[in-house]
Ligand binder design. Structure first.
Ligand SMILES: N[C@@H](CCC(=O)N[C@@H](CS)C(=O)NCC(=O)O)C(=O)O
Length: 223
């Protein structure tokens, strides 16, 4: 059965691959599984039909027969558990790969999302500069710690895993901020992720949605 995922009809990131359907698309491309995409407008995401799938009215979701999932991390883990390619067979290595998936979403993503939301929505607030500085400091700390752990390794723990996939998608949000460049090892790590053919296929697929949205009625609001 071909799963159906949801994604923005008009992504606010203008096709930069930062919306969370990107990580699900990438996981499916890594394991070679076909999928379909149902595009949603913002109003549609808040309608009862979508809220029945996703209690918070967000994307992505996953529909596969009777199974409905939300939360991109849970969806990527589901893909990884059902298809070879994203989790090692060795039980200890598998547990560590899942640990890195949680670390990406639970420990590294929060300050990064906080930083981009602050820049997006608080620019006119009186304490904007102080707030950005504080969130950048927290982000830098995580990057310093991650870089120390990565060391000279190409990947987080041996072979490419769902942990790397989620970590790279989380770090991608920092492109253009200058923070990645402060950590050449992490910068190179993200570049290695971007160079994977499966990443490129997933990126192109979501970018095509952005290009279609331009043809359909003008660009979405800039982020
Ligand atoms: N923790 C959730 C976050 C989902 C999320 O924030 N999705 C965004 C797009 S990347 C969204 O739907 N935003 C619109 C909204 O919250 O109304 C996940 O990883 O799936």
């Amino acid at each position: 059965m071909i799963p159906v995922i949801t994604a923005f009809e008009r992504s606010p990131d203008r096709g930069r691959g930062l919306a969370r359907d990107m990580r699900v698309r990438w996981a499916l491309e890594e394991v070679g599984q076909p999928y379909e995409v149902r595009l949603l407008s913002f109003p549609e995401m808040k309608q009862p039909a979508h809220l029945a799938l996703h209690p918070f009215g967000q994307i992505p979701t996953w529909e596969e027969g009777d199974l409905v999932l939300f939360e991109s991390g849970a969806i990527v883990l589901h893909v990884a558990q059902h298809h070879p390619g994203l989790l090692p067979d060795d039980p200890d290595a598998r547990a560590r790969a899942i640990m890195w998936m949680f670390a990406a979403l639970g420990t590294v993503e929060p300050p990064i999302v906080d930083l981009s939301m602050t820049r997006l929505f608080e620019r006119k607030e009186p304490r904007y500069a102080r707030r950005v500085h504080a969130v950048e400091t927290r982000t830098r700390q995580r990057l310093t710690e991650l870089s120390a752990r990565l060391g000279s390794a190409a990947l987080l723990d041996g072979a490419f895993s769902g942990g790397d996939l989620l970590m790279v998608t989380v770090l991608l949000r920092l492109e253009g901020t200058g923070l990645l460049e402060e950590h050449p090892r992490i910068d190179a790590y993200v570049a290695r992720g971007r160079e994977r053919p499966a990443f490129r296929r997933a990126f192109d697929a979501q970018h095509a949605v952005f290009l279609d949205s331009l043809h359909a009625g003008g660009p979405p609001p800039a982020d």
